[in-house]
Design a protein around this ligand. Structure first.
Ligand SMILES: [Fe+2]
Length: 384
């Protein structure tokens, strides 16, 4: 089926408050819709500044946020919600906080357990309101309907997707991101780029989503370096917040592909932050996919600021993508644990099992393709 004939549902938050200082509008919105009890899901840093949300109702904070939230974290957050009985849930932080907020909002007063809602379209409804306030520019969770949580028993990512997890209000305030350190700005920025690129080159790509993907890629190409170099550059911060949001718009209807599947074991098995894991894998998968989507790959490079070329080789693409990542400070050697080949084999097995993403990839991916990427990344290339 050609991409124009493919059915697609694209959802947006009904209200997006956007701009410097807009974080304080959470409180006015909550008052307008009559909310009285807000559960705020925030990491410890953001928990210390919840006053900026302007909430005047009763609040309680869940702040035990991990880089890769697990089902155990979710259970604790749900227990808190079931005793507090919120009518509003606020996600205030990065993707981990916002994803947990989605799941808490959908499940805390429902008779559906997590096991019943894994996959698309299983959540029956939601009664609490949901506000999402990102404080990094990368995940785009504020603009999407999907939440990920790691199964504490086997490291597997569980994905829940539902229109009932779309925020009622998303607040995009670049001021919240100016304190994000350069390394985190770079890694989360490449994650936003990966969301746009993996949707754009996806087997299920759609022209309606390509619009957001292309603009997101262009914004990262023109503003990520600035945001890393000068964290106080409000214009660059706003551009990156928009790129992240646009990536989120892409994730709901199209989703990511092999890049995220290959990156996941770096996070689930070795604790690398999601953005960094994706930044390290990004050049490998972009280059791997060149034979399947050469025109879109050259367009991606053009949007990132490289002069237009009729065609590029996978090696050229890898070098250009890795150079872009290095220019913003992503240094593979400085961020990787020392692993042996047995562990890389186990990681390849784990990544190869993520069919929900690998099936989206424009070029079929074999387990040994993934193993080859890990061996190169970890300096074990040539290992048999
Ligand atoms: Fe991501």
């Amino acid at each position: 089926m050609d991409s124009l004939s493919r059915p697609l549902v694209l959802m947006f938050p009904p209200v997006v408050e956007c701009g410097s200082g807009s974080v304080s509008k959470a409180g006015a919105w909550a008052e307008t819709v009559g909310k009285r009890r807000a559960l705020i899901v925030a990491d410890t840093f953001n928990a210390s500044r919840v006053d900026c949300l302007g909430l005047t109702c009763e609040t309680v904070i869940y702040d035990d946020i991990r880089a890769e939230p697990t089902t155990e974290n979710l259970d604790v957050a749900l227990a808190l919600a079931r005793s507090f009985k919120p009518d509003l849930v606020v996600g205030f932080g990065g993707g981990s906080a916002m994803d947990l907020a989605k799941l808490v909002a959908a499940l805390h007063d429902s008779d559906q357990p997590l096991s019943e809602v894994i996959g698309p379209g299983k959540v029956r409804g939601r009664t609490s309101a949901l506000i999402q306030v990102p404080t990094t520019a990368g995940t785009g969770s504020e603009g999407g309907t999907r939440a990920l949580v790691t199964d504490a028993t086997n490291h597997r990512k569980l994905a829940v997707e539902s229109r009932h997890m779309m925020a009622d209000l998303a607040i995009i305030d670049p001021d919240l991101t100016v304190t994000v350190p350069p390394a985190v700005t770079a890694a989360t920025g490449i994650d936003a780029l990966a969301h746009c690129v993996e949707s754009y080159t996806n087997r299920n790509a759609h022209p309606l989503v390509d619009v957001y993907a292309e603009e997101g890629i262009r914004l990262v190409g023109s503003h990520l370096r600035r945001a890393v170099t000068d964290g106080q550059d409000r214009e660059a911060r706003m551009a990156m917040s928009l790129a992240s949001l646009y990536g989120g718009f892409c994730l709901g209807p199209v989703n990511t592909a092999a890049g995220h599947a290959v990156a996941y074991p770096l996070g689930t098995r070795h604790g690398l932050p999601h953005g960094l894991a994706n930044a390290l894998i990004f050049p490998y998968v972009l280059a791997f996919n060149v034979p399947a989507c050469p025109e879109k790959t050259t367009r991606i490079l053009e949007l990132l600021g490289h002069p237009a070329k009729r065609s590029v080789s996978p090696v050229e693409v890898f070098d250009l993508a890795q150079a872009f990542c290095r220019e913003v400070g992503i240094q593979p050697a400085a961020n990787l644990p020392s692993l042996d080949d047995d562990e890389l084999e186990a990681m390849a097995d784990e990544a190869f099992a993520i069919k929900r993403l690998l099936d989206n990839n424009p070029r079929p991916v074999e387990r040994d393709d993934i193993l080859g990427m890990y061996r190169d990344l970890f300096g074990l290339a040539g290992t048999a």
